[in-house]
Write a protein that binds this ligand. Structure first.
Ligand code: CP
Length: 321
C-alpha cells in the first residue's frame, strides 16, 4: 500500500479487517516494525478520535508520531498551481510538502471541504497536492469527500459484531442537523460497504439529499425511512448536506431522527455513528444510551484500523522480528 486515500487503496478489505482485528487481540505484535520511523499528523481541522487513535496506532508499532495543527499553527498554505500569492496565503504546498517529506516517513492529512464549490471540493486538491509534492506515503485523516480510516473502522466493527452466516442488512440513514455538514462520512461508508460487497446495503434520506453516485452505486436507495429500516441489522446514522445543490440544508426535519419506536421495525439493529454527535438533534439520548448503540466500540476500533493501515505502508520488520 502506497497511500491510503479511499477504498481503492485497499485491494483486499477482508485481509485488512483481519489484520486490524489481529492488532485488537495483540496490540504490540509488531512493536518494532515502525522503529526509527516518524509519522507527521497534519490537521487543518479539529479532531478527537482521528488524532488520538492514529497517534496510539503509530506508537503501538514503535513509530514516533508528531501532531501539527497546521490550520492554526502553520503558515497559511496555498494549494492552487501558479497562484499569485499576494493575498492571505504565505507558503505554497509545493514548498511545504517536500520539506515535510524530508522530516517524516509517512504523512497523515486532515482537511475538510469548503462546501461552497463542489468541483473544487470533489477535486480533492489539498490531499492530491500533498501526494504530488511530499514524496512519501500519504494517509487521509479525512479529506474533502472521504474518510477512509473511519470507513475501515466501520467494516471492522460490523465484521466483529455480526456472526451469522447470511449477509447483514446495513442501512445508512440521513439524520437532521443544525448546520451543513460534509458528505465525507456518508460517501466513504457507501464506497467501502459497496467495495466490501458482503452486505445488503440500503441508503435512506429525504428527497434532494442524494449522494454522489460514484460512491453509492450498488446500494438500494429509498426515501421512505420506515421501509428502509425494516429488518436492519446495523443502522448507520449520519447527517450530510445536499450534494446536487451543493452544501445546503433543505430539511432538518426531526421526524428523521431515530427513535426507539423506529428501532422496533429493525432486527434489533445496532446503532453506529462516527462521532462527534449532537445529542437530541442528530441522535436521541434514548438511542445513544441504549444497549443497541455500538458507537463507543466503533470509536475504539479506530486504533486498530489505523494500525493495520500503517503496518501495510511500513516496510517489512527488521530481520527476525
Ligand atoms: N469520527 C471522527 O473522525 O472523529 P474526530 O473528528 O474526532 O476525529
Amino acid at each position: 500500500m502506497k497511500n491510503f486515500i479511499s477504498a481503492h487503496d485497499a485491494p483486499d478489505i477482508n485481509a485488512l479487517v483481519k489484520k486490524a482485528l489481529g492488532f485488537k487481540n495483540d496490540p504490540f505484535k509488531e512493536k518494532r516494525k515502525g522503529i526509527n520511523k516518524r509519522i507527521g499528523l497534519l490537521f487543518l481541522n479539529p479532531s478527537l478520535r482521528t488524532r488520538l487513535s492514529t497517534q496510539i496506532a503509530a506508537q503501538n508499532l514503535g513509530m514516533e508520531a508528531i501532531v501539527f495543527n497546521i490550520g492554526h499553527e502553520g503558515w497559511a498554505l496555498e494549494f492552487e498551481e501558479e497562484a499569485i500569492m499576494s493575498g492571505t496565503t504565505v507558503e505554497h504546498v509545493k514548498d511545504a510538502a517536500p520539506v515535510l517529506g524530508k522530516y517524516f516517513d509517512i504523512l497523515g492529512i486532515r482537511t475538510f471541504p469548503s462546501l461552497k464549490n463542489r468541483e473544487d471540493d470533489y477535486s480533492e486538491l489539498y490531499i492530491n497536492q500533498f501526494i504530488k509534492y511530499a514524496g512519501i506515503p500519504i494517509i487521509s485523516l479525512e479529506s474533502a469527500t472521504l474518510h477512509p480510516l473511519q470507513s475501515l473502522t466501520d467494516v471492522i466493527t460490523i465484521t466483529e459484531s455480526f456472526k451469522q452466516k447470511r449477509k447483514p442488512k446495513i442501512v445508512l440513514t440521513w439524520a437532521p442537523h443544525v448546520k451543513p455538514l460534509p458528505q465525507c462520512v456518508a460517501n466513504s461508508f457507501s464506497q467501502w460497504i459497496n467495495a466490501w460487497g458482503k452486505a445488503n446495503f440500503v441508503i435512506t434520506h429525504p428527497e434532494e439529499y442524494e449522494l454522489d453516485e460514484q460512491f453509492t452505486k450498488g446500494a438500494t436507495i429509498i426515501t421512505d425511512q420506515h421501509k428502509a429500516l425494516k429488518d436492519a441489522d446495523f443502522i448507520y446514522v449520519k447527517n450530510w448536506s445536499t450534494y446536487k445543490d451543493y452544501g445546503k440544508i433543505y430539511c432538518n426535519d426531526p421526524e428523521w431522527m431515530l427513535t426507539k419506536k423506529k428501532l422496533k421495525i429493525t432486527n434489533n439493529g445496532k446503532i453506529m455513528h462516527c462521532l462527534p454527535v449532537r445529542r437530541n438533534v442528530e441522535l436521541s439520548d434514548e438511542i445513544l444510551d441504549s444497549t443497541n448503540s455500538i458507537v463507543t466500540q466503533q470509536a475504539a476500533n479506530r486504533v486498530w484500523a489505523a494500525q493495520a493501515v500503517l503496518s501495510e505502508i511500513l516496510p517489512p520488520s527488521p530481520k527476525g522480528e
